[in-house]
Design a protein around this ligand. Sequence first.
Ligand SMILES: [Fe+2]
Ligand SMILES: [Fe+2]
Length: 134
Amino acid sequence: MKFIEFTEEASCSFEEIDNQHIKMIDIVNNMYNSILINDKEKVLKQFDELISDLSAHFEYEEAIMKETKFQGYISHKLEHDRVLKHTKDDALDFKNGKINFGTENMKSFKTWFYNHLDFNDKKLGKFLAEKGEN
Ligand SMILES: [Fe+2]
Ligand SMILES: [Fe+2]
């Protein structure tokens, strides 16, 4: 079984955002597997991959929110900024041996992901669908 599974319920009703989430989930699942086999080098590489993926994905959502004058832009962007900084900090601390980044940290990411879907991305997706953007 995969650590995070993309199901119908995780859909934001907006194809491009769903596709980007599927890609992100893939990276997270690979990272989880590397943690399970204790491969620090691999986890660090996947951390870099995750950080650039998150940056690109967040930029995409933020550009769409701006373009469509989405009301929830500010709080949604703040949440992106917060999690991106947190991920970068974790990657650096793990690299420097300050923290032992493990399955519990991955579970926190998973919780964040589902909360973010429910409170932010699905609202955006619904708004875009209603506007006929997709
Ligand atoms: Fe988002
Ligand atoms: Fe998203």
